[in-house]
Write a protein that binds this ligand. Structure first.
Ligand code: HEC
Length: 255
């Protein structure tokens, strides 16, 4: 009797298991439930070129990243901001108190396991390179050493506005390099990073000259340099100008 009930439970589990597996239809780019079924266009839908069909964006087109909402909007000329204007909007969003220093979440991974760390990054608006300074032996540094692919996000915190109307966020994808000791790039990066540090309360004692400061930190700190490949900015204010709320800046893009 016991064996029979065990067998029934086993078969039931097998049946439920198979049933659950059948429910998820997998298409080339991902599970089918992730795709929009383009039946009726909602009024808040972004603008796009007249020549385009719904399925130009709402279907898998061979490259996973391009099936995503962000990259689909890039297929339309209408609604896209010129690269130069996107770059300006990004720099404006990340300017901090004029020092281009802001708080981000930096994502790294180690053995395929992600880690999100809150970091302060300084943007060099001339080169669009980001810099962080860390103590040695912190977890994210080991992640970067094993996999230089990183992603960072900045979001303007909700103050007196509703997130969905006043949203402003920036997403960065790029490669990180760890600069240390006598690497000439460490010195160059420290010259950009150090002046943005909050100055000590005035005591009459001047902070040491920057070269002395660099000599003091170069054997103890690591500077992480992040070279972005793609920066996505979401700013609902773009819509008022006839642009999409989401704009994509790409390193080396022509226009
Ligand atoms: C240029 C690319 C593009 C074209 C062409 C396009 N869409 Fe979309 N559509 C998107 C993107 C991107 C989103 C989702 C993200 C967003 O709202 O920005 C979306 C979202 C939607 C949604 C979901 C909206 C929601 O709020 O959940 C529907 C429904 C939709 N589209 C229908 C259509 C229909 C119908 C057509 C053709 C008449 C069409 N789309 C043409 C890119 C496109």
């Amino acid at each position: 009797m016991k064996t029979l009930s065990m067998a029934i439970i086993f078969l039931w589990c097998l049946w439920v298991g198979i049933g659950a597996a059948e429910e998820v239809k997998w298409e080339k780019g991902g599970p089918s439930f992730l795709y929009v079924k383009p039946t009726k266009k909602p009024p808040h839908h972004g603008v796009y070129d007249e020549s385009m069909k719904c399925l130009d964006c709402h279907s898998y087109d061979g490259v996973d990243a391009y099936t995503s909402a962000t990259m689909a909007m890039k297929k339309s000329v209408k609604g896209r901001m010129p690269q130069q204007e996107i770059a300006q909007a990004i720099a404006e969003a990340l300017k901090g108190r004029g020092d281009y220093r802001e708080i981000y979440v930096l994502s790294t991974s180690f053995n395929n396991k992600p880690l999100a760390t809150v970091v302060e990054l300084v943007l060099d608006p001339k080169t669009f390179t980001f810099y962080a300074m860390s103590e040695r032996q912190t977890e994210k540094l080991f992640h970067i050493a094993s996999n230089p692919q990183v992603s960072a996000a900045y979001v303007k915190q909700r103050e007196n506005y509703d997130y969905f109307t006043g949203a402003l966020g920036v997403q960065i994808v790029g490669k990180a390099t760890l600069l240390h000791d006598d690497d000439p790039e460490f010195v160059a990066a420290a010259r950009i990073y150090l002046p943005t540090l909050p100055q000590p309360v005035p005591t009459g004692i001047q902070p040491p000259p920057i070269d002395d400061m660099i000599a003091m930190i170069k054997h103890t700190k690591i500077i992480t340099k992040i070279t972005p490949e793609r920066i996505v900015i979401l700013n609902r204010a773009f819509k008022a100008k006839g642009y999409h709320a989401v704009q994509v800046w790409e390193a080396g893009a022509q226009q």
